[in-house]
Ligand binder design. Sequence first.
Ligand code: ADP
Ligand code: MG
Length: 627
Amino acid sequence: MTEEKMRFEAEVSRLLDIVVHSLYSNKDIFLRELISNASDACDKLRYEAIAKPDLLAGDAEFKVRLLTDNVRNVLTIADNGIGMNKEDLVENLGTIANSGTAKFLDAVSKSENAKDVDLIGQFGVGFYSAFMVANKVEVVSKKAGEDQAWKWSSDGKGEYTIAETEMEGRGTQITLHLTDDNKEFTDENRLRHIVKTYSDHIGIPVVLMKGDGDETLNEASALWTRPKSEITEEQYKEFYKHTSHAFDDPWKTIHYQAEGAIEYTGLLYLPTMRPFDLYDPKRKGHLKLYVRKVFITEGADELLPPWLRFVSGVVDSQDLPLNVSREMLQDHPLLTKIKSGLTKKVLSELEKAAKKDTEGFETFWENFGAVVKEGLYEDQSHQDRILKIAKFRSTNGDGWTTLADYVERMKDGQKAIYYISGEDIDALKRSPQLEGFAAKGIEVLLLTDPVDEFWMPSVGQFEEKDFKSVTRGGADLNDIKSDDKDADKDDKKDDDAASDASVDALIAAIKLALGTGVKDVRESDRLTSSACCLIADEMGMDLRMERLMKQHNRVDEVSPRILEINPKHSLIKKLSDIAIKDAKAPILGDAAQLLLDQARILEGEALPDPVSFARRLDLVMEKGLGA
Ligand code: ADP
Ligand code: MG
């Protein structure tokens, strides 16, 4: 009989190296991973057998068996699931299809924390955890419906072999040759304890084969079918780790029965931590669809809208036909109803938490708020409810605020909800456009999620108050009364002073110098200490939105901006004096260009011509030094 030698894909080798050498904190989990795979394999066959009952070949009682041999130090995990043929073995146990693995490798090699072994499950490389306890692993497998069995064998050091072999029945037997320091895993009590801890919720029996009769170690009924009162928090947690490939604890566990027009059981989890691949477009979620306990599909986008893609767990429908194909799911009317039911359930759970568990909700929002906000423009029907729970950073302290609380704090005469957006919250707080607002004590929301640029235009209002970007159009600050009456008076005085010494001549000179480089030049009422800033047209796109579009090649060029100058600033006053005396003074051209470039820098934008900027700056400095 010929034996083929093959090399692991480079990534697998790297992974195995990490598994064998550095990750030894909680070795028990190898059993959880292998039992989980066995259970998945049984789920897969149960589904295939709906269309092809012959595949079961008279053996319809799915089971995972554990066999120990404490003389040879061997532990075998066997299942009668779907099995693997030669191609499957090469594909599944020799390569890593999962794109997350590279990220796992990075995360683990950077981390000092040995506990990160728990990450293995999350990154879908569970099988290789066998090499934490074994120096040789043999997999004998026969695929359901095929005649030839195969044996895969490896010591985890770069190579594996595949050969034909004999096997009774179908399924997969994984034999672990335990290393000397892992003999404990042939101990029956040890196994009993591990299975109880990690695999109790598995829907099929995990049976320990003993001389004096077999013993089923787990509860062996699908967890979600059991009454809530009989499920412990630990069991809910373990089931979460199993279904969600997660290593955190769930923040919320929602287990309920929908009755009436449509009947289904939902066991939904909201995570505590943000999954590493939440923004990966190829990410498949971890919500599993069952029909009367038969597994149908995982990552069912049909079950939840994308803005709830972090929700994991199980949905078990009573009404869907068992032979529903994965393709049919797409627009099955029953599924549409289930989706709407699940969405409402999660939303009301979030509303409850927002009211009762502020701290927990804020942590949740920190992790998932940006995803939930996608719902504001993708899902008009839930817009209002999402807006009500949404949390924002603002210039009012370091905490979070709701829109309702913001509105509560609005000043007399303030008509709009003001916001500014950018990448970095600290940079935002220093934006010149905020100066006038800060002086009058007007609160401004600080938006840092790219998604904010998308929902803002489509939502437009909250409680009939318009959202208004402080980087767009006129600020109209004079109509708003601040708490500090003196500040208002100062404003008046300044206004009068400003109209005395008009900056009209300077504005005309700057316009002439900048030409089409700016859309307009205006006197500002939003600046107090900076000399100038950029503003977008009232009708135009928000500054940051436009930058974002440019990054994604949605627009070719950012359109010219409005340059606002601060008439109260001493530099502007001096330039203004010069302009009044001689509108053609050469310094005005350089100054205009420098002011524009300075405003660009304050915006965090790259200068179109840094060389000229530097040259002009040198020139002006030299003049300043009296050269
Ligand atoms: P994951 O379970 O996340 O896919 P694993 O490393 O645990 O990752 O397993 C890799 C793949 O190997 C599985 O997706 C499956 O296709 C296959 N596999 C592992 N164990 C079994 C088994 N007992 N029966 C059938 N296929 C299996
Ligand atoms: Mg697995």
